[in-house]
Unconditional design. Structure first.
Ligand code: HEC
Length: 100
């Protein structure tokens, strides 16, 4: 009985570690621009999400959910962004998601 208990705890730990394996952005480079850095990357979302992540108003309204799905790597579905691409999106949001 005890063994099963430990196995369950162990499995739960592994699952929770995987979920919290968030990417930490390196924002030491130049400031990111919505128009030149972020919008082209988010264009790949529209095949599945329509205009949800198109245009500054839509993206800035959804910036916290965009941040979490990019940081945890769950989006874009079916593709993995490079760390440079993740930095562009995450650092732009960290900087207050300016309309630049
Ligand atoms: C191939 C299709 C596809 C692409 C491309 C895609 N998504 Fe998604 N997205 C989905 C589906 C399906 C769901 C809902 C189910 C799920 O989470 O798996 C979803 C859910 C989400 C959610 C909600 C997640 C949650 O946990 O509430 C957000 C936010 C999101 N997507 C953002 C994005 C962004 C930003 C991009 C582009 C960088 C993107 N998606 C690209 C298919 C896609």
């Amino acid at each position: 009985m005890k063994k099963i208990f430990f196995i369950i705890i162990f499995a739960a730990l592994i699952i929770s570690c995987k979920k919290s394996a968030n990417y930490t952005a390196d924002c030491s480079g130049p400031a990111k621009s919505y128009t030149t850095d972020v919008a082209p990357l988010l264009a790949s979302c529209s095949g599945c999400h329509g205009t949800q992540y198109t245009g500054y108003a839509n993206v800035s309204a959804r910036k916290s959910s965009v941040y979490s799905v990019i940081a945890d790597g769950s989006m874009p579905k079916g593709r993995t962004l490079s760390s440079t691409e993740k930095n562009s999106i995450l650092c732009w949001i960290d900087a207050g998601a300016p309309n630049n």
